[in-house]
Design a protein around this ligand. Structure first.
Ligand SMILES: Nc1ncnc2c1ncn2[C@@H]1O[C@H](COP(=O)(O)OP(=O)(O)OP(=O)(O)O)[C@@H](O)[C@H]1O
Length: 291
């Protein structure tokens, strides 16, 4: 269980911004922090990890106090058992895959766990390779395995998949879900991708200007009651052909682009690049076998 109350004044592009959040996460939760660039998502992770000092607040993890401003308790990052994966893999370039993992082992820790992770992440055949010889997806699997070597209770993923193409993202998401369940982790992911969030998370915290403005399941957060339909997909608007009465939206859903006709009034506040939910009640789809 993670209980945290955090306050810190950050310097945003528009001037000072007070980050002021409270969260109460259960063991085994898969939580996403969702919000605009600069909202303070990474700062929250860094504070819980002990890499950024809050001005005020408390952090309690599974009954032990990691940070308590007024009691002057502040555990060092090394004593906070968290695995972290960032977007930019951050692997040691002069070490092989296996050496990168061994380097993260604790003093008295058994090497068997490195073997288990190499096996689980399907990295055995790459164990002797240096990072520069690996694809982005392979490097990120190594980074994920390395983050787990110390058997953390908590896994932080700060947009780890945003540099990968769609297919690789999907595969990596499956690896992440697998380790999250297998090791009963409490996972916090920073993501901008509603599709990814719906697939992975059981809870979403929406962060705006340093404050949590919404908490809920992914569907509660990304779809309104008005949109409750038999089918709901999340996607990204690629382009809009606006006509006088109707407009055609080109929406990327997974690997597919769909075109949908909307009344021009209905989509006045939507532009290319927006994330949207597409819902429908009124049709019965035809399902045809393709393989
Ligand atoms: N140590 C710090 N002291 C003061 N301000 C900081 C500090 N670190 C970051 N900031 C500022 O706090 C704001 C929030 O940064 P943060 O990286 O947490 O945002 P974010 O939501 O993760 O954004 P992005 O999605 O772009 O990564 C930014 O304006 C940043 O410049």
């Amino acid at each position: 269980m993670i209980k945290a109350t955090l306050q810190k004044t950050l310097n945003s592009a528009e001037g000072k911004m007070l980050l002021d959040v409270s969260m109460d996460l259960e063991q085994g939760d898969f939580v996403v922090i969702y919000g605009n660039s600069g909202a303070g998502k990474t700062s929250i992770l860094r504070m819980i990890a002990g890499l950024l000092l809050p001005e005020n607040g408390t952090i309690e993890v599974n009954g032990s106090t990691w940070f308590h401003a007024s009691k002057k308790i502040n555990l060092s990052p090394q004593k906070r058992n968290i695995g972290i994966v960032f977007q930019d893999y951050a692997l040691f370039p002069n070490m092989t895959v296996e050496e990168n993992l061994n380097f993260a082992l604790g003093k008295n820790q058994n090497r068997d766990f490195v073997e288990e992770l190499l096996n689980l992440m399907e990295l055995e055949n790459l164990r002797g390779q240096r990072p520069q010889n690996l694809s982005g997806g392979q490097q990120q699997r190594v980074a994920l395995a390395r983050a787990l070597v110390r058997k953390p209770e908590i896994l932080f993923l700060d947009e780890p998949l945003s540099a990968l193409d769609h297919k690789l993202r999907n595969r990596l998401q499956d690896y992440i879900l697998q380790v999250h369940k297998k090791y009963n982790l409490t996972t916090i992911l920073v993501s901008h991708d509603p599709g990814e969030i719906i697939k992975m998370a059981n809870r979403v915290l929406v962060l705006e200007q340093g404050k949590i403005t919404k908490i809920g399941t992914p569907l509660e957060v990304f779809s309104s009651k008005k949109l409750s339909g038999k089918f709901q997909f999340t996607g990204e608007v690629l382009a809009i052909d606006r006509e006088s009465l109707v407009s055609i939206l080109h929406i990327l859903i997974g690997n597919n682009v769909i075109k949908t006709v909307c009344s021009t009034d209905e989509i006045l506040n939507i532009s290319a690049g927006d994330k949207v939910v597409v819902a429908s009640k009124a049709f019965n789809p035809v399902v045809t076998k393709i393989e």
